[in-house]
Design a protein around this ligand. Structure first.
Ligand SMILES: Nc1ncnc2c1ncn2[C@@H]1O[C@H](COP(=O)(O)OP(=O)(O)OP(=O)(O)O)[C@@H](O)[C@H]1O
Length: 765
């Protein structure tokens, strides 16, 4: 019996390193083989993304703007909000609407480890790591160095432990004590390196996130993309969630995956080399182990791949549901007062519960799928592999026909056993980590798709290409032009150099291609105070959107002031050429004004910001607040520099006065007033209108209040059936919102609208 044991020990000392080497090489080969054969195909389209569910309700179409040239441009508001008018526009009015069912700009695919994912990852990596001299490369290099050092330390510790066991077997107290001290000594750099790895991983994730966020923000704020993505394009829901949560999760996963892939690779490489050295020393067989390991790992890898749930698609769907839940919460917070007044909490609660339930169902389904998959994974990696290891260990010993004496001592064999087993364990861990990374990779694919799609859509929308459902209906007076089954906005934008705004046969067409009114023609110059009236939904605000450049011009000609491209004017919202002043050209004031974050003075100066303690700005703001009768409210809320949530703090009427204060502060050439004083008392309203006219601000007003009609010189009246009339305003006669004299729309209505307008001429269509 002792003879057999000795024989086994001798065999073991030979076989162990070779098995270890075999497992290492085999496992590395197998891992490459398994990863190399995964999901190379292009996956079929799926509807897991809600962006496309929207599309199924109607026809998804795509609005495409080209590039500006000559005298035409896509931006024509020239106001504070319009990047197009500041000369950084790269769009014009050429827009193509394609059937998005045939031409999706963001290709639908199942997120997973496939070519599409690799393509997305490469394009995102180009943004995250812009060059070899970048900050990110420095962090990556330091991180890689730490990972490499950690692997060396692991091997060193494994061999140290082997030596310790050897000296225990030799009963060499002194060497044992020295090695133990060495072992403790190595713990200090090892723990530091471990901590550095985590630190650098977090820094890397943050650096990647910063790059992506900066890139996304650039696109998001270019050419009013933030507006177009929400209003003219249907591909992205909840852009806020993608910009915050999804980008953060994606970058953290990338940074984590980098270490969880790099470290096992280093481990394998160095362990295989180390074991090869041992094997050479022991003259072990290096072919049996790799062959068995390769076969077993290939088989288990293929099995895992076949039975793996679609983690990428599941992660993408979960992210969408989280975004939806957050959106429902955000909506409730934004409209809490209205909901409370209506007593609508039951509806809101049911919507919240539905969103949460949907998320819970999705997460439960993921957990259930993971339960079986992790069970299978553990079974394969922990038991099948260990069993294979045991077979490999036993085979050479059991099949050996004679003992081979090599002169090595028992203590040497104990050292080899301990060291190689430690290394073998590390190699197995490394392989397990590599195989488990598959889950992480496909989950990452889900987030990569969301982030990449977001950037693609932002880029396209910034270039003027939008995709949304359109319902083109025939209209008697204006037909949307089609080219290759694609409706094309055919309008022209022409710059004027005398501050005038002219419309020639411009139809009012919504983003859904509904023609609200056709052939609108009018002439406005500074001093032409225009009153716009008509029933709800007749296109009054839409006219402002077209003139401001938010919506495309589908036909006719739109003449707007050419913006001045100098840095001063660009900063101040764009002044027309030859009128290089700090006055913006157009200033839109809505019925429900926007209150920005910050102090009261920030509300007055928005979208500019007064520097802290700017006495001149404060004096001017205080004067304007007195003018709009907000001085008492300002004093009550802590003065000009008090910071509050002004959206909740100010009443509806106060907010409208604040918006008028903003207009007085900026003194635009044209003020687009969209029922912006509906909640203001008539007496103050009249004062504000009077003051605006005195300040030289030309009013383009949508208002139902006859008390302010007298401040206008012209009227544009819509009847709500597509007809309109533009004429000088006779202050003694009443303007009606139902025009008896307006003829019903006819086919030649568009031709009638070709007449040039002037102040004397009245047009009715
Ligand atoms: N983003 C949009 N997408 C599609 N259709 C829109 C969009 N915005 C407005 N519309 C449609 O365009 C039409 C005109 O809207 P607009 O806001 O110009 O009306 P309005 O005359 O200002 O009405 P109100 O007096 O009620 O403010 C409406 O039928 C509206 O449904």
């Amino acid at each position: 019996m002792p003879a057999i044991l000795t024989k086994i020990r001798e065999q073991a000392s030979r076989v162990q390193p070779s098995i270890a080497l075999g497992v290492g090489v085999g496992v590395a080969l197998a891992a490459c083989a398994v990863y190399g054969t995964r999901d190379k195909k292009h996956a079929p389209p799926c509807n897991n993304n809600n962006n496309y569910k929207v599309a199924k309700n109607g026809k998804l179409h795509n609005v495409d703007n080209g590039t500006a040239n000559g005298d035409t441009c896509g931006g024509r508001c020239g106001a504070e909000q319009c990047a197009l008018c500041r000369g950084d526009a790269d769009t014009d009015n050429k827009q193509n609407i394609e059937d998005a069912d045939e031409t999706q700009s963001v290709e639908e695919h199942i997120p997973g480890l496939n070519l599409e994912f690799i393509r997305q990852l490469i394009s995102l990596a180009r943004i995250m790591v812009p060059g070899v001299r970048s900050h990110e490369v420095a962090i990556l290099s330091a991180h890689t160095l730490c990972l490499f050092t950690r692997t060396f330390l692991s091997i060193y510790v494994a061999s140290l432990e082997g030596s310790i066991v050897k000296h225990i077997v030799q009963k060499d107290m002194r060497r044992f004590a020295m090695l133990l001290l060495q072992w403790f000594g190595i713990a200090i750099p090892a723990t530091f390196i471990n901590s550095m790895i985590r630190y650098l991983e977090s820094r890397l994730a943050l650096a990647f996130r910063t790059r992506l966020v900066n890139h996304a923000y650039d696109l998001y704020f270019k050419n009013q993309t933030y507006y177009r993505v929400a209003n003219l394009d249907a591909r992205i829901e909840n852009a806020d969630h993608r910009l915050t949560e999804d980008v953060s999760v994606f970058t953290q996963s990338v940074a984590h995956l980098y270490s969880s892939l790099t470290k096992p690779c280093f481990d394998l490489l160095l362990i295989v080399l180390t074991l090869a050295t041992y094997s050479n020393k022991m003259k072990g067989n290096i072919f049996i182990g790799p062959s068995i390991a390769t076969v077993v790992i290939c088989l288990t890898g293929q099995l895992l791949r076949l039975l793996s749930p679609k983690f990428g698609a599941l992660a993408g769907e979960e992210a969408r549901m989280k975004a939806n839940l957050r959106h429902v919460h955000a909506r409730l917070i934004a409209h809490a007062e209205e909901v409370a007044f209506y007593g609508g909490h039951k509806v809101e609660l049911s919507q919240l519960q539905a969103a949460y339930k949907e998320l819970v169902a999705q997460m439960t389904s993921v957990f259930n799928k993971k339960l079986w998959y992790v069970m299978l994974e553990q079974f394969c990696m922990k038991y099948v592999w260990s069993g294979t290891g045991m077979v490999m260990l036993a085979l050479p010993i059991l099949t050996a026909t004679h003992s081979q004496r090599d002169g090595s001592s028992i203590s040497d064999r104990a050292e080899y056993m301990t060291t190689s087993r430690n290394l073998l364990n590390s190699a197995a861990d490394a392989i397990e980590r590599l195989m488990s990374s598959y889950k992480e990779i496909v989950t990452l694919a889900g987030y990569a798709t969301r982030v990449s799609d977001m950037l693609v859509v932002f880029g396209e929308v910034a270039r003027g290409r939008c995709v949304r459902a359109v319902h083109v209906q025939p209209h008697a007076a204006f037909q949307v032009t089609f080219r290759d089954n694609t409706p094309v906005p055919d309008g022209k934008i022409i710059y004027t150099s005398d501050l005038s705004i002219k419309l020639r046969n411009v139809p009012i067409v919504t983003p859904a291609c509904d023609v609200v009114a056709a052939g609108v023609s009018l002439d406005i110059a500074p001093g032409t105070h225009l009153l716009i009236v008509g029933p709800n939904g007749c296109g009054k605000s839409s006219l402002f959107r077209i003139v401001s450049g938010l919506w495309p011009v589908w036909g006719g000609e739109l003449h707007v002031p050419r913006p001045c491209a100098c840095a001063h004017c660009a900063d101040d919202g764009g002044a027309p050429a030859g009128y290089c002043t700090s006055r913006p050209i157009m200033f839109y004031i809505p019925q429900r004004p926007y209150m920005s974050q910050g102090s009261l003075i920030d509300q007055v100066t928005y979208p500019s910001r007064a520097a802290a303690g700017d006495a001149a700005a404060a004096r001017r703001a205080a004067h304007i607040l007195r003018l709009v009768r907000l001085d008492a409210a300002a004093a009550r809320h802590g003065g000009l520099w008090a910071v509050r949530d002004w959206r909740a703090t100010l009443s509806g009427g106060e907010k409208q006065r604040m918006a008028m204060a903003r207009m007085f502060y900026h003194r635009p050439v044209y003020a687009l007033l969209d029922e912006c004083t509906s909640a203001v008392s008539m007496e103050t309203e009249v004062v504000m209108y009077e003051e605006a006219v005195k300040e030289g601000i030309t009013l383009l007003s949508i208002t139902h209040r006859p008390s302010v009609w007298k401040y206008h010189t012209h009227v544009l009246e819509f009847d709500g059936c597509g007809n309109w009339s533009y004429r000088p305003l006779d202050k003694d006669t009443h303007v009606t919102t139902a025009l008896p004299s307006i003829a019903p729309p006819t086919n030649n209505n568009n031709n009638n609208n070709n007449n040039t307008t002037d102040d004397q001429q009245q047009q009715q269509h």
